[in-house]
Design a protein around this ligand. Sequence first.
Ligand SMILES: O=c1ccn([C@H]2C[C@H](O)[C@@H](COP(=O)(O)OP(=O)(O)OP(=O)(O)O)O2)c(=O)[nH]1
Ligand SMILES: [Mg+2]
Length: 149
Amino acid sequence: MHQVQLKVLDARLADQLPTYATPGSAGLDLRAALSAPLTLQPGQTELIPTGIAIHLGDPGLAALILPRSGLGHKHGIVLGNLVGLIDSDYQGPLMVSCWNRGSQAFTIQPLDRLAQLIVVPVVQVGFERVEEFHATERGTGGFGSTGKS
Ligand SMILES: O=c1ccn([C@H]2C[C@H](O)[C@@H](COP(=O)(O)OP(=O)(O)OP(=O)(O)O)O2)c(=O)[nH]1
Ligand SMILES: [Mg+2]
């Protein structure tokens, strides 16, 4: 298992660090480091601190912040940026942009689990500029081009 440096920015998180809920989990739940309940009205978006910072420290890694499926599906609580991308050199507080895309107000309680973090491999690329690509079966077809007769 990779080891990733983590700073506790809010002491309440010290004994609630992100963990994998089951041996096969991909996601680590992130909590809302709020000092008081926060009600998001329909359509409202707020930036919520998680009380922690991580430093991946390896350009071959990134972290993604994703919605929790229960909150997103049942309550419309998703991410204002749809997906959060955490760069490997980022050392600041992990923040969650929380968007109530639903039609009911929703209250987030302090330390609620409100999103999840996954760490993924990344390949950084350089660009070799060319005038023509080698031909492929797909070529420039996209956006539903396959399966048409
Ligand atoms: O949901 C998020 C998304 C980003 N970040 C942090 C980590 C990331 O490395 C940094 C920058 O994010 P991004 O590159 O997506 O934002 P930007 O608008 O391009 O800002 P920048 O100019 O700082 O790169 O902000 C978060 O804490 N939460
Ligand atoms: Mg950026």
